[in-house]
Ligand binder design. Structure first.
Ligand code: C5P
Length: 226
């Protein structure tokens, strides 16, 4: 029997603020690949938990919510943005709210939720290829990906980027407070027992602190072409 050729995957993992969302989107557009924003699936599960008032200790109900997400991702015509529909409702704004982010990182530590989302994430692997953005794309979800990238940036730079994002939206923010929360979250993500945030073996590690977006994209393209 001939082996079915799997579509190629480029995994882009890293902490929030490392620029992986932006970089993954540019890469997917440049290569004509599909894009998986795996964080959105954790955020959607969180939103479903919030909307249905599911208590955090009701693991079975949260697992059900993750398994049964009725979600549609609709990319814009130039691929630069996507509309996210949960039960036919556009939840783009709700997904980014602080409450949703906080709940997402809480549901993400539940092993049953991670397992429930595995199949859904793997379905994104379609021809001509996939750019998969997350925390465990190279270490758990697509371990056989040929090209794995781990994007990072200093906590100070990430706090600064987040500060700019928030103030641009008119949200009050303080750099020392953001820095403290980034350092705490890094510690939690790296030391959690399920799918901790670490570079996959053989990953290209890129520190984006002193690089422009174009420079990061170019490093990754060079890595893929070698
Ligand atoms: O990337 P984003 O900030 O949207 O992810 C939201 C949350 O989902 C993260 O804080 C993280 O806890 C979780 N996550 C994860 N594994 C992934 C993607 C996201 O645990 N592959």
């Amino acid at each position: 029997m001939t082996e079915v050729q799997q579509a190629p995957v480029i995994t882009v993992d890293g902490p929030s603020g490392s620029g992986k969302g932006t970089i993954s989107q540019i890469l997917a557009t440049k290569l004509g690949y599909h894009l998986l924003d795996s964080g959105a699936l954790y955020r959607l599960t969180a939103l479903s938990v919030i909307k249905n008032d599911i208590p955090l200790d009701d693991i079975a109900a949260i697992e059900e919510a993750a398994l049964n997400l009725d979600v549609v991702f609709k990319p814009s015509s130039d691929g630069s943005e996507q509309t996210v529909l949960l039960n036919s409702e556009d939840v783009g704004v709700q997904l980014r709210l602080d409450d949703t982010s906080a709940m997402a990182s809480k549901v993400a530590v539940i092993p049953e939720v991670r397992t429930a989302l595995l199949t859904r994430q793997r379905k994104f692997r379609q021809k001509p290829g996939l750019v998969a953005d997350g925390r465990d794309m190279g270490t758990v979800v697509f371990t056989d990906a040929k090209h794995k990238v781990f994007l990072t940036a200093s906590p100070e730079i990430r706090a600064d980027r987040r500060y700019k994002q928030l103030t641009e939206k008119g949200v009050n923010a303080s750099i020392p407070h953001l820095l403290k929360s980034i350092i705490e979250r890094d510690e939690r993500d790296r030391t959690r027992t399920v799918a901790p945030l670490v570079p996959a073996e053989g990953a290209l590690v890129v520190d984006s602190s002193e690089l422009t977006i174009d420079e990061v994209v170019q490093q990754i393209i060079d890595f893929i072409n070698n």
